[in-house]
Design a binder for this molecule. Structure first.
Ligand SMILES: C[S@@+](CC[C@H](N)C(=O)[O-])C[C@H]1O[C@@H](n2cnc3c(N)ncnc32)[C@H](O)[C@@H]1O
Length: 223
């Protein structure tokens, strides 16, 4: 599914969020506490937006890996990077977040954007992401939680279930992929539940910030 929308993925993100998604990724990079010489894994990197933002903000990082199991998404990112002269700075890796191909205690930060709704097991994904994180390192999750049961939540659902698939169908030709998006958010955890799961995975000082009128959440915690 992600392979089919790869060519229109970035433009749809900008449209659906009125350009706010780039701001959320900047905030995520702020919360990552990266230092010169540090290593970052952007898991489910897609077209590499989080990884590129980190490289832009922290040019002295030792290693930034963008990993995903949908190669066409990374191909789009790689071509864009080549066009912007950024091609050599990011290491791309084919990887499944449930079985990461990295040794224990490798990264100073492990970040994901809009991944966790998609995984078959949140505890398993958290366990493996935590495994590759160094002690003291940060895990960060940007995601669309299950909408709240309020009037605002109902209005957001209306937009999400009707406007987004229509727009996605027109822009990418893949109506189904953009119907899956709101359905997967409905089936996902609430922010407090995700915080609990992160604590269960052994992370400490877990916290989160709600964005875009409580429709998007940024969680972080320390190993
Ligand atoms: C909505 S895109 C997010 C891309 C990017 N992180 C962003 O912020 O725009 C979700 C990505 O998660 C990837 N993905 C889903 N399940 C995965 C898994 N188990 N392991 C690795 N990547 C996965 C998909 O291939 C897709 O590229």
């Amino acid at each position: 599914m992600f392979g089919q929308i790869a060519h229109r993925y970035d433009v749809m993100n900008r449209l659906m969020t009125a350009g706010q998604d780039t701001r959320w990724r900047k905030l995520l990079v702020d919360k990552a506490n990266l230092r010169p010489g540090g290593r970052l894994l952007d898991i489910a990197t897609g077209t590499g937006d989080i990884a590129f933002e980190a490289l832009h903000r922290h040019p002295n990082l030792r290693q930034v890996v963008g990993a995903d199991f949908t190669l066409p998404m990374m191909h789009v990112g790689r071509h864009r990077a080549a066009a912007n002269g950024q091609a050599t700075r990011l290491s791309w890796s084919g990887a499944d977040t449930l079985h990461l191909p990295f040794p224990d205690n490798t990264f100073d930060a492990v970040a994901s954007g809009f991944l966790m709704r998609n995984v078959v097991s949140v505890p398993q994904a958290l366990a493996d992401q935590t495994r590759v994180l160094k002690p003291g390192g940060r895990l960060l999750i940007l995601e669309i939680p299950r909408p709240e049961d309020t009037l605002w939540g109902a209005m957001f659902r209306l937009y999400f279930h009707n406007v987004v698939p229509l727009l996605g169908g027109i822009i990418s030709g893949q109506h189904d992929a953009y119907s899956y998006l709101p359905a997967s958010a409905d089936a996902f955890l609430r922010p407090e539940e995700l915080k609990f799961q992160m604590e269960q995975a052994g992370l400490r000082n877990v916290s989160y910030q709600m964005l875009m009128l409580n429709t998007v959440a940024l969680h972080w915690g320390t190993k």
